[in-house]
Design a protein around this ligand. Structure first.
Ligand SMILES: Cc1cc2nc3c(=O)[nH]c(=O)nc-3n(C[C@H](O)[C@H](O)[C@H](O)COP(=O)(O)OP(=O)(O)OC[C@H]3O[C@@H](n4cnc5c(N)ncnc54)[C@H](O)[C@@H]3O)c2cc1C
Length: 304
């Protein structure tokens, strides 16, 4: 075997897994296809230990530095896993491949994005929000618009209703509303507007919030004002690495189902951590799962 462990994905889940594995003196390779979801965090205020908050980029840089000190091997690109005798074969897009006894999937997920021209700018400036568990606290009693098109979006609106009485859901006119959930939301003072999003801009001048333009069912252009705009249009699990593996159990939304040590039950030696796993999509969760998976792997590799 070329490596004892291959870690696929270099967000918090993959980085913390690698950190533990290198500190257990395990021959580990860390594979990364591009910027992790964590790199879009403008500043997190719910991560323990950072009283003044920390940006996703800063946090990742610190973790990368810790790994550099431990002499981690890295490779860049999209990798996929297949079973091979005694472990796994991990293959890159350009055909290069290597073997590993164990694999940790830390591939994360991708948010469905709204169709607005200035998306990158809005994301970079933190003007769109993606994680109410992370930052609803910062928007207590503020005006919130939720971009939604399915149950996930309505659950997001419901979650936010504990923090403010001013929530507008913007819902596509062509999409039927799931009435049972809508009624629950309305009981919690959530309001509904049907329309197709056109733009989200931050008008000049401090404290004015966001201007959200949409076209309603009568083709009239209208505007809503908000202090925060949550994107809750759905997610896709990043499954390129394991799409072709047979025997993987996936739950609602395509998330991986794991056992209590983050193991994929029907595929011995395969583990998964972080946002690609069913559960709470948080840095703390990804890091905790990484610690559990890495320690389990270390113990399994020690076993005679
Ligand atoms: C705007 C925003 C704000 C957030 N705020 C907070 C917050 O305040 N607090 C908090 O706890 N959480 C927050 N989150 C959630 C947090 O970012 C995620 O929970 C965290 O990034 C999960 O880490 P991860 O390692 O599982 O996935 P990711 O960070 O997404 O990393 C996955 C990595 O895997 C790589 N990858 C995927 N497939 C392959 C492949 N086949 N080969 C190689 N590499 C691959 C991807 O390119 C990516 O780099 C926020 C998220 C967003 C978008």
């Amino acid at each position: 075997m070329d490596y004892e462990v291959a870690v696929i994905g270099a967000g918090p889940g993959g980085l913390v897994s690698s950190l533990y594995l290198r500190r257990f003196l395990r021959r580990t390779i860390l594979l990364s296809a591009g910027p992790p979801r964590a790199s879009w965090i403008p500043k997190t205020h719910n991560l323990f230990g950072f009283r003044d908050g920390v940006s996703g980029v800063q946090l990742l840089k610190q973790l990368q530095g810790q790994l550099d000190d431990l002499g981690i091997e890295r490779a860049v690109g999209q990798y996929r896993v297949s079973k091979s005798r005694g472990g796994f074969r991990v293959q890159g897009e350009s055909g290069e491949s290597f073997t590993a006894k164990k694999v940790i999937l830390a591939t994360g997920m991708t948010d469905v994005q709204p169709l607005v021209g200035n998306l990158d700018l809005l994301r970079r400036r933190g003007l769109l929000r993606y994680c109410p568990v992370c930052d609803a606290f910062e928007y207590r009693d503020k005006r919130i618009v939720v971009l939604a098109q399915d149950d996930h979006g309505l659950k997001t609106a419901r979650f936010l209703s504990r923090f403010t009485d001013s929530i507008q859901v913007l819902w596509p006119p062509s999409q039927p509303l799931p009435m049972r959930l809508v009624k629950t939301c309305m009981r919690e003072k959530v309001k509904f507007t049907r329309g197709i999003l056109k733009s989200v801009v931050e008008p000049k001048g401090k404290g004015t919030g966001l201007a959200i333009t949409y076209v309603d069912a009568d083709q009239t252009q209208r505007e809503m004002k908000a202090d925060a705009c949550y994107v809750a249009l759905g997610i896709t699990v990043n499954d390129f690495a394991f799409r072709s593996l047979k025997g993987i159990e996936r739950g609602e939304g395509g998330y991986l189902i794991t056992g209590s040590h983050q193991e994929i039950k029907k595929i011995p030696g395969l583990f998964a951590v972080g946002d690609c796993v069913e559960g709470l999509a948080q840095i703390a969760t990804a890091a905790g799962q990484a610690a559990v998976a890495a320690t389990r792997i270390h113990n399994e590799l020690r076993a005679p």
